[in-house]
Ligand binder design. Structure first.
Ligand code: KG4
Ligand code: ZN
Length: 357
């Protein structure tokens, strides 16, 4: 396959409208991201209808900016890829329709990319990690442990039974009045806090499977936050209490991720031997979590790989790259966007409640 193939990638499944131009040899020629963070900040989370309208408003401009940054026009593009799901369907529709229109007008191959596959293959864009590897995908919408065997070949070891890790950060930050997105705000505040000051649970610690649960942690944090208000009998909560809450929450989430990942590394090593642990998704930007998992991986004989921050949070370079990994297999223009799209449809569901995919 030609290494000079140039892919235009489009991402619009959540609150970032992004376009990138990536060459098959791994050179990122352009990577533009228009964040809607400010639009949603006042709501404490992403509002789907507002997100879809904002994607529509900016997608043409973002694509034009990325072509401009790459020094190309559409004549220089060999294929068009867009996130086809999973995600907020209004946004996915905007990206999909745009990509199909370009592909159809220019007679270019079209690729419908699974957003999770974009995250899953992203370390290969910068680190050239070999298959198979163990992936901990931790974002605002997903928390999954997967054995990655190759493009389209995933074995899901575990997923969350309720909230995603990023959601636990975001919902807790909302309770604490820290705004959206919660992860970076909590990480910053945690520097000033004592992680041992407030006792929070470690849901599913020691469980024999690799699934996650975070909703109990958020509820416990809400109770401890309310107790701080009651103790002080004044609002807002003392800043030291808030910092202690942030540090204790971050430690609890890091401990839960480490405990479940340890179990997954054992399972992976039994089947394939020790390999590389890749952490991807927005939460991978958290330094305390990275350090915890790094120590864990070293102890188990695994190498660790974390894509750079610009590739960890939502972006279109990872979408273009996932399509480049299978550039000889384009999709039909009939592809229907999917709000849910598990990477491993055969995976057994976690015990208990509903499953996120
Ligand atoms: O991958 P991503 O950009 O979008 C999704 O696909 O969800 O991840 C966004 C999530 C948000 O929940 C955000 O709070 C979290 O990643 N996040 C962090 C940090 N930076 C972003 N969580 C913890 N610490 C951070 N530094
Ligand atoms: Zn994502």
């Amino acid at each position: 396959m030609s290494t000079s193939f140039i892919m235009l990638g489009i991402e619009s499944s959540c609150d970032e409208t992004a376009a990138a131009v990536v060459r098959a040899d791994g050179i990122v020629l352009a990577n533009e991201v228009a964040s809607q963070m400010e639009v949603h900040a006042g709501y404490g989370g992403v509002v789907p209808e507002i997100a879809a309208r904002a994607h529509l408003d900016s997608i043409d401009r973002v694509i034009a900016a990325s072509l401009n940054a790459a020094g190309l026009d559409l004549d220089g593009i060999d294929g068009v890829a867009a996130t086809g799901g999973p995600g907020l369907i209004g946004g996915v529709l905007v990206g999909t329709v745009t990509a199909k229109a370009i592909a159809s007008a220019r007679q270019l191959p079209y690729f419908a990319v699974n957003h999770l596959e974009g995250h899953a293959l992203s370390p290969r864009l910068t680190d050239k990690v070999d298959f198979p590897y163990l992936l901990l995908l931790v974002s605002g919408g997903h928390t999954q442990l997967l054995a990655v065997h190759g493009p389209g070949a995933y074995e899901r070891y575990g997923t969350t039974m309720d909230d995603a890790a990023g959601e636990a950060f975001d919902k807790s930050a909302k309770i604490m009045g820290l705004g959206y997105p919660g992860g970076p705000a909590i990480e910053q505040l945690a520097i000033l806090g004592d992680a041992k000051a407030i006792s929070l649970p470690r849901p599913l610690k020691g469980a024999p499977h690799c699934h996650f649960s975070f909703s109990g942690l958020k509820t416990a944090l809400a109770k401890r936050h309310a107790a701080c208000v009651a103790d002080d009998s004044q609002a807002p909560v003392e800043s030291q209490d808030l910092a202690n809450l942030a540090a204790s929450l971050q430690r609890a989430i890091a401990d839960c991720l480490a405990d479940r990942t340890k179990r997954a590394m054992e399972r992976f090593a039994e089947a394939h031997g020790a390999s590389t642990l890749v952490i991807a998704g927005g939460v991978a930007a958290n330094q305390a979590i990275f350090e915890t998992l790094s120590t864990l991986a070293q102890g188990a004989g695994f190498a660790i790989s974390v894509p750079p921050a610009w590739l960890c949070t939502d972006n279109a370079a990872m979408i273009a790259w996932a399509a480049l990994e299978r550039r000889d297999q384009p999709d039909s223009l009939d592809f229907a966007p999917r709000p849910r799209w598990p990477l491993d449809p055969q995976a057994s569901p976690p015990p208990g409640r509903g499953v996120r995919s």
